[in-house]
Design a binder for this molecule. Structure first.
Ligand code: AHR
Length: 504
């Protein structure tokens, strides 16, 4: 029997309007993300500020509305004062998180300039590892206060008259992780995060806060951490962070592609925990989620251990340079579908990261140009066509067995309705590695709509990779969707990412 999936979409049944910030990303002072990534003075493609224009163009293709900065683990021993003022006076520092040397040639002002050139806002993380309330307040005063105070006047002296007006602030990073510089218990962190947010809001009441959730779903204090931290901070914060990275360490691709189900369960559990604290507090306020680190990450682990253990304190060593293959792109597509399905609670998400470090965009290490990894494409499609309202997909699908997740759906899908542009886009992955699936979608409520195109990312070889000058994995437009009487029939090839676009 042919494999089948069936979906009903109705313009009246929505999950929520999508917050564009779910297409955010992340740049950390790590490896070649900043130096030799966004910034490479002397490169033929760099502008007068030393920023790679080819990289900026690729970031614009991805249409990234917000970028988290400067870490990550890096931020937990970051001294922001070292990163501002005349570059020649900035100190060189040991980056303890990644055992690298930080020359502070790019700092707050330069990064803000870069982000604006890439059409992005900055989501700034503060150091709650080795620093505390006063330093965070000073940084906020430097960034957002107009003038007439020590730090706002320092910013003006540094050549920036207008405040940066940073709106979204992360209260530290992965503070439950034993690897984190200055890690804390949930009580210690919850108290510090609350006092910091409270004081910062006195300076600028318009800002929003992301408080650290668990570093991942396997942490020993998982969920208890969230409960304790939110119990301290509930009234002063807006979002709780989630982080997850997946890998195919066992070489079982069938199982690997089921890992988006883990992400789905993770989000559901965190929503339940947030709402449990809401109930305890009899609060009217709802805490939303910031999934501010998500991706595939495992290919480069061994090489990175060699660098930190045997070759420490380099400037911009080639770390976390995962080269992604086709199956990684499928999982990234599946993870995007999960995020969109939770558009009612996930308001910020950051693909970790953006350039060279577990990234969709790479620059050639030998000084050549830049190139798109396999995972670039599902992210670009979702960010381009996934703006509007996430529709509630009433979906059934044939299933297949996996080693760790039992039987899972062949097809995962979500649709986005852009009312303004009168467009509907269906994102669907057939994660069955052996068989094609016919997807029928009832779109009768979208009267007068027609099929614009069906874009597919597929490859015979799940391990196919892209490299500089050689894109083996790239999307194609196919004739695999027809429409009759408001019913779409789409052929979803085995192991494929599909974007089916309709317009009026
Ligand atoms: O993104 C790489 C690292 O992963 C980040 O620095 C840290 O927050 C996480 O563990």
């Amino acid at each position: 029997m042919a494999r089948k999936a069936k979906m009903v979409l109705d313009k009246e049944f929505s999950i929520a309007p999508i917050d564009n910030r779910i297409y955010g990303s992340f740049i950390e002072h790590l490896g070649r993300a900043v130096y030799d990534g966004i910034y490479q003075p002397g490169h033929p493609l760099s502008n007068a500020d030393g920023f790679r224009t080819d990289v900026i163009d690729l970031v614009k293709e991805l249409n990234v509305p917000i970028v988290r900065y400067p870490g990550g683990n890096f931020v937990s021993n970051f001294f922001w004062e070292d990163s501002v003022g005349p570059v020649e006076e900035r100190p060189h520092r040991l980056d303890l998180a990644w055992k690298s040397l930080e020359k502070n040639e790019v700092g707050l002002g330069e990064f803000h300039k870069w982000a604006k050139a890439a059409n992005s806002d900055v989501m700034l993380a503060i150091n709650l590892g080795t620093r505390g309330v006063a330093d965070a307040c000073n940084l906020l005063e430097y960034c957002n206060h107009p003038s007439g105070t020590k730090y706002s006047d320092l910013r003006i002296k540094h050549g920036r008259k207008d405040p940066y007006n940073i709106k979204t602030w992360c209260l530290g990073n992965e503070m439950d992780g034993p690897w984190q510089i200055g890690s804390k218990t949930a009580d210690e962190y919850g108290k510090l995060a609350n006092e910091t947010a409270k004081a910062m809001k006195l300076i600028d009441p318009s800002i929003q806060f992301v408080v650290c959730g668990s570093s991942n779903r396997s942490m020993p204090t998982y969920a208890i951490w969230e409960d304790t931290v939110l119990s301290h901070t509930y009234d002063n914060v807006d979002y709780l962070s989630l982080h997850t990275y997946y890998g195919n360490r066992s070489g079982d691709s069938n199982d690997f592609l089921a890992k988006s189900d883990d992400m789905d369960a993770f989000i559901k559990e965190i929503i339940a925990t947030c709402d449990y604290v809401k109930a305890k507090k009899r609060s009217k306020k709802t805490i939303n989620l910031s999934f501010d680190e998500w991706n595939v990450w495992y290919h480069s682990n061994a090489a990175d251990n060699d660098i930190t253990e045997n070759h420490p304190w380099q400037v911009a060593p080639p770390m976390l340079e995962d080269i992604y293959n086709f199956e990684d792109a499928l999982l990234v597509g599946l993870m995007l579908i999960v995020l969109l399905r939770h558009a009612d609670r996930v308001k910020v998400a950051c693909l970790a990261q953006l350039i060279n470090v577990i990234a969709p965009i790479m620059t050639d290490a030998k000084g050549g140009g830049s190139w798109r990894q396999t995972i670039f494409y599902p992210f670009m499609h979702a960010s381009t066509y996934g703006r509007g309202t996430a529709l509630l997909p009433v979906i059934t699908s044939t299933r297949h067995d996996t080693a760790s997740f039992g039987d899972v759906t062949d097809v995962e899908s979500v649709a986005v309705y852009n009312e303004e542009k009168e467009e509907v886009t269906i994102f669907a992955v057939n994660r069955n590695l052996k068989e094609d699936v016919v997807l029928t979608t009832d779109v009768r409520s979208f009267e007068g709509y027609h099929v614009v195109e069906h874009i597919v990312l597929e490859n015979e070889d799940l391990k196919a990779e892209n490299s500089f000058g050689n894109e083996k994995v790239k999307p194609e437009t196919v004739n695999q969707t027809t429409m009759e009487d408001g019913i779409l029939t789409s052929m979803l090839h085995k192991a494929s990412w599909n974007v089916i676009r309709l317009a009026k």
